[in-house]
Design a protein around this ligand. Structure first.
Ligand SMILES: CC(C)(COP(=O)(O)OP(=O)(O)OC[C@H]1O[C@@H](n2cnc3c(N)ncnc32)[C@H](O)[C@@H]1OP(=O)(O)O)[C@@H](O)C(=O)NCCC(=O)NCCS
Length: 397
């Protein structure tokens, strides 16, 4: 094990296809752990001479750590993958940024000389474990979080529309249409193929299939269709709909992280280098605004500006939250650096899986754009947090 600070690199990042939560979802009969196991195996297969015994910890973000997602899933994944007892593991919860936090902790371990080779992933089966399932908030929590809306993410998005009325429903729908179109193009062009690990599944009706394609995107989306949708979080005068919000989804994603020295020793070509992290806390009733202070912190730590970012991946929990971020960071709503393959409104948002999904998108885009130097992944988080990570392209010559 190294005893000095070393560069932290992502060697590879993969994910499952993202399914819709519920009986019609492709993963209805698949357990959360069985979404993770194929990813770990794929990372080993794709990166010889990496061997299981080289992995020093298996760190998994999981928001709802009960039932199949409880019992220290991070430890169970390598055991269930039949990699033996030697690989320790843990589970981390920072709600939507649980998986990005797993990546952040892995970066800290490696930078601090505590490890050289780690798995950092995230998984959420929202069909089996719905948001808030079995949660028992402290009786004082609601008042201290700012009111009941802090517990309902859709309501927090309505609150952003209230507080910043310059972001209208029409703008949110237009943004959502754009992300669906970008995702539709990216999928048609085959951009998801290399990062998605196919999984054999059995559907609710007993049909067997290979889950290798995201189930949530709706490339046929129109502005008229979006305008006609109900506003489930506020019946009268609401602006947040199923069309301009991320969905309820099942999925997993995982990154293989190493010290640069270890990757070189193994002859592996890293895709990107971790540069800086920024984490922020804000008013929980408008949690979606938090990527702005989180990004400002990350940029300050990196000594960079938003103008230096060639690729920006924002997790679109809600369109209004993405609009707020773009506006406050001085970016135009159609900036070509932002979510160029579409975002969570199209692909879905299986909470803890979304951070490593963003990392997989970043790594793939760096590979396709060797001229791009820096990238930003950023997410808002329930209870009022933001988590941003800045990356440097290592594919560039
Ligand atoms: C918004 C939400 C409540 C919608 O859930 P849902 O009702 O199960 O969503 P559905 O996919 O069934 O869509 C509802 C309807 O909108 C329609 N719809 C969805 N997207 C559409 C689109 N892009 N264009 C046209 N219609 C669309 C569906 O076809 C469906 O129509 P139907 O009722 O006629 O069947 C749910 O997705 C949600 O809670 N999202 C936020 C998740 C969240 O908070 N995550 C954490 C973030 S921090």
């Amino acid at each position: 094990m190294s005893s000095h600070r070393d560069d932290v690199v992502v060697v590879d990042a993969v994910r499952t296809a993202f399914g819709r939560a519920g009986e019609k979802g492709i993963f209805w009969n698949t357990r959360a752990e069985d979404l993770c196991i194929p990813l770990v195996r794929a990372l080993l297969e794709r990166n010889p001479p990496l061997a299981p015994q080289m992995i020093e910890d298996s760190i998994w973000g999981v928001t709802n750590q009960v039932k199949e997602q409880g019992g220290t899933l991070g430890r169970m994944v390598p055991i269930l993958a039949e990699m033996g007892w030697d690989i320790p593991g843990c589970s981390i919860d920072r709600m939507c940024a649980s998986g990005l936090t797993a990546i952040g902790f892995a970066a800290g371990y490696i930078a601090g000389g505590m490890a050289d080779c780690l798995l950092a992933g995230g998984v959420e089966h929202m069909g089996h474990l719905p948001m808030g399932f079995m949660r028992d908030p402290h009786p004082r929590a609601e008042a201290l979080l700012g009111g009941p809306s802090a517990f309902n993410m859709g309501m927090t998005a309505e609150n952003i529309h209230d507080r910043y009325p310059e972001f209208t429903k029409e703008m949110a729908d237009r943004y959502a249409l754009g992300t669906q179109q970008k995702a539709g193009r990216a999928i048609a062009e085959g951009r998801m193929k290399d990062m998605i690990v196919p999984i054999e599944v059995e559907l609710a009706d007993g049909t067997k299939m290979t889950a290798d394609t995201d189930q949530h995107p709706r490339p046929e989306t129109t502005l008229e269709g979006l305008a006609s949708l109900k506003t489930p979080f506020r019946e009268e005068g609401g602006r947040v709909t199923a069309g301009n919000a991320s969905g309820l989804n099942d999925g997993a994603a995982c990154a293989l992280m190493m010290s640069r020295r270890k990757a070189e020793e193994l002859g592996l070509a890293p895709k990107m280098r971790w540069v800086a992290t920024g984490i922020a806390g804000v008013d929980p009733t408008v949690m979606g605004i938090a990527p702005v202070p989180a990004t400002e912190k990350a940029l300050a730590r990196a000594g960079l500006s938003i103008k230096d970012m060639d690729i920006i991946e924002i997790n679109e929990a809600f369109a209004v939250q993405a609009l707020y971020f773009l506006d406050r960071m001085g970016l135009s709503y159609d900036d070509s650096r932002v979510n160029r393959w579409g975002g969570a409104i199209a692909y879905g948002h299986p909470l803890a899986a979304s951070g490593p999904r963003l990392a997989a998108f970043m790594a793939a885009q760096f590979t396709e754009n060797p001229d791009a130097r820096y990238g930003l992944t950023t997410m808002c988080v329930g209870r009022g947090q933001g988590y941003s990570v800045i990356w440097e392209n290592m594919v560039a010559g």
